[in-house]
Every structure is written in structure tokens, then in C-alpha cells.
Design a protein around this ligand. Structure first.
Ligand code: PBG
Length: 331
């Protein structure tokens, strides 16, 4: 009998019992791998359902301290904040992004005041504030201009950092913005503020429900293909990541998640910075729609999905399923 072949080698031996499967598991998933994106709105004591994201709500600021404590109790290390800015505060230049009393800044203060051991991440991009729905400033032809946008993003990032953001996360895909933000943070002695760069962010159809959640969908003129990446490209993502690291990013992100696991893997293999994946709104909606229709088991597929990100090499995952997953993981 040959030991290297069947029947000497039987792959199923290791899989036979739960203790053995646990013993040989190559990938671990824990609540510490999850970042929880939360939507914020104006008003008082309200959690407004989002039609395209069943189970996700827009919370008023007074409800956020409770979510902060929930994250802490569940072992979720960070919350990402996304504002739904009322129409009358949106403008051509997205100036509300610079208002030290805007929705995100008020949310940051209220959450910071809880003293909870949870990091606060804010998105740097103008789309929650512009009347045209783009992440930057547009010229007469409707083109999103780079360098003037970077100046505005620096102002936005400083505004968030001053209000208590622990991590600023530029999601706009302008060139040179990470270096400009890093320089400005250092100049203001905000040495401890991290930059998590949305380095490889693709022009994706999977952001649809998010745009509904932040109320940007109805405003968006055209698409974001002149600044977000082409889904056909992988090597370009590695260039983007290399640039953002050179410019001072502490960690990088790949977004969306599932269709881009190959990119997560390549970035994790090539670079020694933490790499995060954003399992975006459309991915959440797919799972929820299929589960609601009885087509698959929500809890099982959520853990399988998140384990897949870890197996691909992600340090962590931004996911709307974060509280559910943390509960399932027995926090
Ligand atoms: C804004 C931003 C988007 C997302 C995060 N930040 C949307 C977009 O670029 O249009 C998407 C997140 C999601 O779909 O869950 N710059």
C-alpha cells in the first residue's frame, strides 16, 4: 500500500469530527475583524428604515451613543459614519463638508463623549454634500476636477479630525489626496489620526443602495468612471495602493468586496500594511433579498462570506452585517 496515495491518504480524516475541523482551521474570524458602517440623519430619536437595505437604519445623533456602547459590548473595534445630508444643505461646492457643526461632526462628538473603546472612522469625499452627487468639484463640462477637489478634501478631513475622528478614510479617488491630507494633519499636530485610504475603489453597480441611504442617488449626474477604477483592472489597483502607502496611508482598502477578492489577495501578498475590504451595500442587499425570499440561510452565508475575506488576506471587513456577525461569533 502506498502511503502517499489513497487509501493511505484520506483527506476526510481531518474533516471527520468538529474538534478536528477546529484544530486544522486555517482562518479565524472574530468580531475584532469587523468595522460597522452607520448612517446618520437629522432629527430626534428616530431610526429611519432604508428601503434598499432591509435591517439598516438612518439614526439620529442622539441614538448614536447607544450604538457606540453596542459596538464595544460586541467587540467591534470601529464604526464608520455616513451622513444623510438634507437637500437644503447640499450645494455645488459641498461647503457643508467644512462646517464644524455638520451632522458628522455632531455625531463624532456625541459618540466620543461615551468614552467607549471604539474607533471612529469618517469618509472623506464630497458626495454627501454636493448638489450634483459627485465626490468632488465639477467644472462647466461636468468633469470632476482633481486639484481643487483635493484642497476641499483636506479641509473636510481636518474638520473631521478636529471633531474627534480617529481614522479619516478618503473614498474619493482623487490623485494626491492622501499626501495632502497627511501633510495637513501633521501641520496641525494631529499626529495620531490614521488614514485608511480607499485605494482601490471601483466604479461599481453595487453602491446603489448606499446612494439611497445617504440620499445621493437622486442627485448624481452621470457616473463616477472618470475617477473610480474600471472593474477590468487589477494591476492598476496595485499602483494605487503603492502610491497611497508612499503618500502616508496607514492602511488601505479594496472596494467592493466579493467581486474583488483577487485584488484583496494580491494587495495582501505584495504590501505590508493592513488591508481592509468593504463588503458594500449592494452585497448586503443581495444577501438580505435572497434570505428574505427563503433562498439561502442568512446567518450561515454571512459568516461564510466574512471568512472568505479573511482567507483572501483581509485584515478586516467593513460590513453592514457587523452586529449580526459579532453576535453569531458569540461576543
Ligand atoms: C462615497 C462612498 C460610497 C460608498 C462609500 N463611500 C459611494 C460612492 O462612491 O458612490 C459606498 C458604500 C456602499 O455601497 O456600501 N464616496
Amino acid at each position: 500500500m502506498s502511503i502517499g496515495e489513497f487509501p493511505g491518504t484520506r483527506m476526510r480524516r481531518l474533516r471527520r469530527a468538529p474538534w478536528s475541523r477546529a484544530m486544522v482551521a486555517e482562518t479565524a474570524l472574530s468580531p475584532a475583524d469587523l468595522i460597522w458602517p452607520v448612517f446618520v440623519r437629522d432629527g430626534r430619536d428616530e431610526a429611519e428604515p432604508i428601503a434598499t437595505m432591509p435591517g439598516v437604519f438612518r439614526h439620529t445623533v442622539d441614538r448614536l451613543p447607544a450604538l457606540m456602547r453596542e459596538a464595544e459590548a460586541l467587540g467591534i473595534p470601529a464604526i464608520a459614519l455616513f451622513p444623510n445630508t438634507p437637500g437644503d444643505k447640499r450645494s455645488e461646492d459641498g461647503g457643508e463638508a467644512l462646517n464644524p457643526d455638520n451632522l458628522v461632526c455632531r455625531a463624532l462628538k456625541a459618540m466620543r463623549d461615551t468614552g467607549a473603546n471604539v474607533g471612529l472612522l469618517t469618509d472623506v469625499a464630497l458626495d454627501p454634500y454636493t448638489s450634483h452627487g459627485h465626490d468632488g468639484l465639477v467644472d462647466e463640462a461636468g468633469y470632476v476636477v482633481n486639484d481643487r477637489t483635493v484642497d476641499a478634501l483636506v479641509g473636510q478631513a481636518l474638520n473631521q479630525a478636529r471633531a474627534g475622528a480617529d481614522i479619516v478614510a478618503p473614498s474619493d479617488m482623487m490623485d494626491g489626496r492622501v499626501a495632502a491630507i497627511r501633510r495637513a494633519l501633521e501641520a496641525e499636530s494631529l499626529h495620531g489620526v490614521q488614514i485608511m485610504a480607499y485605494s482601490a475603489k471601483y466604479a461599481s453597480g453595487f453602491y446603489g443602495p448606499f446612494r439611497d441611504a445617504v440620499g445621493a442617488g437622486g442627485y448624481l449626474k452621470g457616473d463616477k468612471k472618470s475617477y473610480q477604477m474600471d472593474p477590468a483592472n487589477g494591476r492598476e489597483a496595485l499602483r494605487e495602493v503603492a502610491l497611497d502607502i508612499a503618500e502616508g496611508a496607514d492602511s488601505v482598502m479594496v472596494k467592493p468586496g466579493l467581486p474583488y477578492l483577487d485584488i484583496v489577495r494580491r494587495v495582501a501578498e505584495r504590501f505590508d500594511v493592513p488591508v481592509f475590504a468593504y463588503c458594500v451595500s449592494g452585497e448586503y442587499a443581495m444577501v438580505e433579498a435572497a434570505a428574505a425570499a427563503g433562498m439561502l440561510e442568512r446567518e450561515r452565508v454571512v459568516l461564510e462570506l466574512l471568512t472568505g475575506f479573511r482567507r483572501a488576506g483581509a485584515s478586516g471587513v467593513l460590513t453592514y452585517h457587523a452586529p449580526l456577525a459579532a453576535r453569531l461569533l458569540g461576543a
